[in-house]
Design a binder for this molecule. Structure first.
Ligand SMILES: Nc1ncnc2c1ncn2[C@@H]1O[C@H](COP(=O)(O)OP(=O)(O)OP(=O)(O)O)[C@@H](O)[C@H]1O
Ligand SMILES: [Mg+2]
Length: 444
């Protein structure tokens, strides 16, 4: 049975073209020339998906979206928008639109987006497998990560610039790659550019390239990274560290969609999507004038906020197990697992270095640990003491028990030499012997 689509647009030509193309692909299409007409049909008939123009007199696309979502939140909704109203459409995405497409609509693109949108609401066979908690190779079963996945799915179908914010090690680069590789640009290059590792004086020529003879030492023409990404995506990592002088040039490229190699008079059109990331508080930097506001707004059409690991503790174990499995294979170990007190410790720790820290910890423990299962001894000291402190806190406040533990520690330290242990404890040997007798403290 074919899917039923409701298509609303006040421009009759556009309505004709789009509906004909969808019908060619075996969809059952009903059309409406206004938001009012579309909604009255929606109330009485069944539709699997709605496509609507944004700008319509009366009930516009956004209002129609709200009405449809109130009645049937599950129904995917695609907005069509003319170039000047992209920002509005992006805003509407926050109200639950599946995605937006710019007009004139590329009908092949529309068909693929429609199929994705319809597929997204059908229960998948692998729903109960671990795949459900994974997006490409990003693991995340927690609610905040599920929200990130859903946003990534939606933005990857658009060409909007994306700004990824989050602490170091939260997976910003992974998300940037996921957006690119699930987008229509996936067959073209993904070019990561780390603004912290390229020296400021080289950055401009790296980004924009140069012509032969543009400056002393420019022996050959060099194609810049942005031009190399033609048709694909550039990932500007640590954008907060970009030199202020370059911000203006970058802004020009974002506004005009063209670049000029250094030493050239010719502009080159580039079709490149920009994904930027930073672990700095960029909103604050904009306020204090450290980062250009106009550039910030261009980059930040859609924001993806990566939650720190301590705010999604449900993800700690699945991610730890994932690293364990991969590293286990790599290190050719037979059995790999975590002792239960290790599991507990990992959950309690607050992970300032986020997923990267967890990854390093598992790798280190795997190398150090002589056992099949990683135990507490193989964790770094700061995590071990966390567990010991916990144990101490949860112990009943029983003085003889405590005393017994402390005396045993002193004796262990001195190989049960009573004189030395007594000195360590600050009591006489006789006092120690009495205490040992009363506490029934025996060697072994
Ligand atoms: N959800 C996740 N599932 C599996 N691996 C992850 C996940 N998040 C991050 N990682 C891994 O953790 C490491 C850090 O991720 P990534 O480089 O994407 O973070 P980042 O936010 O860009 O960090 P930084 O600010 O330090 O550059 C990588 O090795 C990545 O593979
Ligand atoms: Mg990074």
């Amino acid at each position: 049975m074919s899917h039923r689509i409701l298509l609303a647009d006040d421009e009759v030509n556009s309505l004709k073209v789009i509906s004909a193309s969808l019908r060619d692909h075996q969809f059952d299409v009903a059309t409406a020339t206004s938001g009012e007409e579309a909604f009255s049909r929606f109330q009485t008939e069944h539709f699997d998906l709605v496509i609507s123009d944004y700008l319509m007199p009366g009930i516009n696309g956004e209002k129609l979206l709200e009405k449809v979502k109130t009645r049937s939140p599950e129904t995917p909704f695609i907005l069509l928008t003319a170039y000047g109203t992209i920002e509005l459409a992006v805003n509407a995405m926050r109200k639950g639109a599946y995605t937006y497409l710019t007009k004139p609509v590329n009908v092949d693109l529309l068909e693929s987006v429609v199929r994705d949108a319809l597929g997204s609401r059908e229960p998948r066979i692998d729903d109960e497998t671990p795949g459900r908690h994974q997006f490409l190779n990003i693991i995340g079963r927690s609610k905040p990560m599920q929200e990130v996945f859903s946003l990534v799915r939606r933005v990857s179908k658009t060409d909007a610039n994306v700004l990824i914010l989050g602490e170091s090690g939260t997976g910003k680069e992974m998300v940037a790659r996921a957006i690119h590789y699930t987008s229509l640009r996936s067959n073209n290059p993904f070019i990561p550019i780390d603004c912290t590792t390229i020296p400021a004086e080289l950055m401009e020529s790296e980004l924009f390239g140069y012509e032969r003879g543009a400056f002393t030492g420019a022996m050959e023409r060099k194609i810049g990274l942005i031009e190399m990404a033609q048709g694909g995506t550039v990932f500007l990592d640590e954008i907060g560290d970009l030199d202020y002088a370059l911000e203006k040039k970058l802004l020009r490229f974002l506004q005009e969609k063209e670049i000029r190699r250094i030493g050239s008079k010719e502009n080159i059109e580039v079709d490149v999507r920009v994904i930027a990331a930073t672990n700095r508080n960029i909103e604050e930097e904009v306020k204090t004038g450290n980062f250009r506001a106009d550039l910030y707004y261009r980059l930040n059409v859609i924001t993806v906020r990566m939650p720190p690991l301590r705010e999604r503790k449900d993800d700690i174990l699945p991610i730890a197990n994932h690293f364990l499995r991969t590293l286990c294979k790599k290190n050719k170990k037979q059995i790999c697992g975590l002792e239960s007190d290790v599991v507990q410790t990992l959950k309690e720790y607050d992970w300032p270095g986020n997923v990267r820290e967890l990854e390093n910890l598992i790798e280190r423990a795997m190398i150090l640990c002589p056992y099949d299962r990683i135990n507490l001894e193989c964790l770094p000291k700061k995590l071990r003491t966390l567990q010991e402190k916990e144990r101490f806190d949860s112990e009943e406040l029983n003085l003889p028990q405590m005393e017994k533990q402390i005396i045993r520690k002193a004796l262990d330290k001195t190989a049960w030499n009573q004189s030395q242990a007594a000195t360590l404890l600050g009591i006489s040997r006789k006092q120690l012997r009495t205490k040992m007798k009363n506490l029934k403290l025996l060697q072994g």
